[in-house]
Design a protein. Sequence first.
Length: 192
Amino acid sequence: MTGTAFSVRPARAAATPPRAVRVAFVGLAVALLAGVAEAIERVTWAFDRDEADIAGLATGFGLRMATYLLVLAVAIRMTHGDRWARLLLTVGIGVLGLVSLIIEPLAAMLSANELGDLFIDLTPESFLLGAFRAVHIAGVLVAIPALYTRPARRYFRKGRAIASPHGSPHTLHARCAKNQAAMRTTPTPRRG
């Protein structure tokens, strides 16, 4: 009776992700923390205005936090070797998210007549928002390329790796194929 709820055998541990995948996760975590800090700063900055729409601010803040939690959940799945998570992070964060982070500063730079015009209305709050945005962008620019280094590609190619009782890593697919082959060669007992 192996594999039951009362089994005393420890569950198989997932293979440790390579350093590049761990670096990508840290980069995403830093980007998420910077995004949270920027969102909090924007909300507190908006509360200082007299015409602040509290319901709108709360809704926007809630949606942003839900998005960040979803990205964190996908990043955690990515550390377990899920290829779909790497692809989703690449497209969602590496392309769409990065464009949304860069478009506002880029529009400001293109609309300025001179470089000095960008700093005329610089306040401590806007400087802080810019710093959070820069950290957010840097985290993404570290994370996404790290997911495509040779060790990371090898890790994701193997799928979700699990350690066998003998210590060598086997992919889930290889273990299933081995079990299916064993089932074909094992004779079924005859009743009689």
